[in-house]
Design a protein around this ligand. Sequence first.
Ligand code: SF4
Length: 362
Amino acid sequence: MTDPVRQLLDDILGGYRLTAKEGVLLMSVRDRRVWDIASVADTVRERMTGNQVTYVRNQNINVTNICVNSCGFCGFSKKPGDAGTFLFGTEEIREKAVLARKRKVTEICTVSGLHPDFDASSYTGIIQTLHDEAPDIHIHASNPMEISYGARNSGITTGEMLVEMKGAGLGSLCGTAAEILVDEVREVICAGKIRTSEWERIIREAHLLGIPTTATIMYGHCETVQDRLRHLEILRNIQDDTHGFTEFVPLSFVHMNTRLFREGTARPGATGREDLMMVAVARLFLDNIRHIQVSWVKTGVKMAQLGLLAGADDIGGTMFEESISKGAGASNTDYLDPSSMKILADDLGRELRQRTTLYAFV
Ligand code: SF4
């Protein structure tokens, strides 16, 4: 009898679209067939994007770590009055933009804590300041949680806030705050965050307004494999309708300094097999999202390189000044030089190429 996993892999190569249940089957494989799954995902990757490994030269700016929320997986946020809080003013944001120009980045990425005093104009103001100082740099900013929070505090709709942000210079929206798009899981890991339906609504609004977004998942804490596939199915359905996702970025849970881990609610992160299967099954399942990015910040560069052999085609950003994963306990997250990325790509016999946020070659 033909092994169902091998049969599925053959079918996928013939153009078959996986169901969520079949995705669960693949992601649950624990034996040597993980290499078969990775290999087919790598073939699909080659068909979709060719043989290069891409990266973006970007700089991260977190404007504040003060946050009204208390997500259990977050080691970054602090409460007002805590030691180690920061909040950049307009002048400091401007200086960061000047630095970004000097570093010749093509993208500034900015997300922050939900500061108690922030409203829509705070977020728009950050983008306007960055855009005024560095008009040629793509601004990849905020996420559906920040849009919901800013809009609510200003008494406007999320659609109105997105329009304002686009007018101020927003190039694309971060698809973070997705975590796991299953409300029962969100209730445990981030009860203060927007629900799945609101995340989806805001992402669809952005796409309809011509604002592309990334798509993410944060896995390896207390979700099930079924939850992961429910999440991927939501993303695939959105993309079928809007075509607004530029890429999918699996974010492996960094557990060390998080409440979820300390309380024993979460596991100590995903295993290497899980990291590999997350990339591979995402490549096979998300047949309508062109790019899969590995996050060297979350998994380390060696695991990220293996992801590039399991369906991923992009190694993400240079990331000057990363502080969110660092807060959760990850190390060496500040900066990855393109020369180090080139070593990883060369080692796989692939060409490293710089790209823009929207995947044009630089
Ligand atoms: S994940 Fe974001 S919203 Fe949640 S506590 Fe951290 S900074 Fe705040």
